[in-house]
Design a protein around this ligand. Structure first.
Ligand code: ATP
Length: 364
């Protein structure tokens, strides 16, 4: 990663009338990175992407591409093609004509157009459909045409807005692999807007989590998963156990938070550094760090919970539980471990985790 970002959003905001769709934000996107932007519906992720594409003008701030201000540059003069869910292929053109389209718009001669388009048809493994009308293709094939059409100009950055959301689950996973490989092999920058946590977390180098027009957290998937910086992120990801409480003690590199489910210890992280006894605090521990056992462990954080249900999620399962204060809790376990535990709804079980697995955020 170079220090000079390929894209810089410098206090970029967008209002529609009085409505603030994107609050002034700073965001740097590096050359060659796969950046995913996710958040719930209406949080401003598409508007952010559209501002970068030139389809929406920021109401404040500056967007720079390779150091140059692009706020006033029309879409067709930016090298920021976009692929979106509907794909927007030209229905009366063949596959090859669709792929050649932007080269034609740039005045590239016929022979070169054909040669460049054919290279991308081959790369996307759609050469056999070159002369077919795009209306007569499957969802996955159309997806490949859309990618070839955007990549044929060899842009430095590709913007993708929920490109896989219309595909069925199986095809989605296959296209994820196609996209990841393509991005790595070409070394181009992908900015990828999605609702899907699994897409964002499996493909991206960094994930941006947005809520109500604001960036809540930017980080590598593992970092966000393990250390959500705000209660919103922890709850949005849905993979953490969240306890609201008050600081009981903060000393010697550790912090203890008193909650209705018990008093729990964690290292005194950077986010909790300013907390004092009595302050509101939120204790967070991810579901894959939770141990389950029939009796209380001798050390560490523990609480007794009631089993509600088990949910099978591919290779692992999530046990849903209720804490002593009515908290909704979860533990992620392998099927083997669950088989050993033999839990049934209504059973009491101890949930425990080491202090190093938890972290504390300011605010309740
Ligand atoms: P989704 O996942 O549902 O597509 P999103 O996070 O991409 O949501 P945006 O499309 O960026 O959200 O929209 C952010 C907010 O701005 C929404 O409340 C939306 O209704 C509003 N908005 C977007 N475009 C316009 C517009 N042209 N005029 C008025 N409001 C708009």
């Amino acid at each position: 990663m170079t220090s000079e970002p390929l894209v810089a959003f410098d206090r970029v905001g967008k209002r529609f009338g009085d409505f603030v769709a994107v609050e002034p934000m700073h965001l740097e996107i590096h050359k060659g990175e796969f950046l995913a932007i996710m958040g719930s519906s209406g949080c401003g992720k598409t508007t952010t992407l559209r501002m970068l594409a030139g389809l929406e003008a920021p109401t404040e701030g500056e967007i720079r591409l390779a150091g140059e201000r692009i706020n006033d540059l029309p879409t067709w003069q930016r090298d920021t093609p976009m692929v979106w869910q509907s794909l927007a292929l030209f229905p009366f053109l063949t596959v090859r004509e669709n792929v050649e389209f932007s080269l034609r718009m740039r005045g590239v001669g016929k022979a070169e157009r054909r040669q460049r388009a054919d290279k991308w048809l081959e790369r996307m493994q759609i050469t056999e459909f070159a002369d077919r009308n795009v209306a007569h293709l499957s969802g996955g094939q159309r997806q490949r045409v859309a990618l070839a059409r955007s990549l044929v100009t060899e842009p430095e950055i590709l913007l993708l807005d929920e490109p896989l959301s219309a595909l069925d689950a199986h095809l989605k996973v296959r296209m994820q692999a196609v996209l990841s490989n393509l991005q790595r092999e070409l070394g181009i920058t992908f900015v990828y807007v999605t609702h899907s946590q699994s897409e964002a977390f499996s493909m991206a180098d960094r994930v941006v989590i947005m809520s109500r027009g604001r960036i809540e957290q930017i980080g590598a998937p593992q970092e966000i998963y393990r250390s959500p910086r705000t209660r919103f992120v922890a709850e949005f990801l849905g993979s953490s156990n969240v306890f609201a409480g008050r600081v009981a003690e903060a000393a010697g590199g550790g912090i203890r938070v008193e909650t209705p489910a018990g008093t729990f210890a964690a290292p005194l992280g950077e986010l909790a550094a300013a907390l004092r006894p009595g302050d509101d605090a939120t204790f967070v521990v991810s579901d894959d760090r939770m141990q389950l056992s029939g009796s209380r462990p001798e050390s560490g954080n523990a609480l007794e919970a009631t089993v509600l249900a088990e949910e099978f999620v591919g290779a692992t399962a999530v046990v849903h539980l209720e804490g002593p204060g009515g908290e909704e809790l979860r533990a992620q376990k392998s099927h083997d471990e669950l088989a050993r535990l033999t839990l049934s709804p209504g059973d009491k079980v101890w949930m425990s985790w080491g202090p190093e697995a938890g972290h504390v955020l300011p605010g309740g």
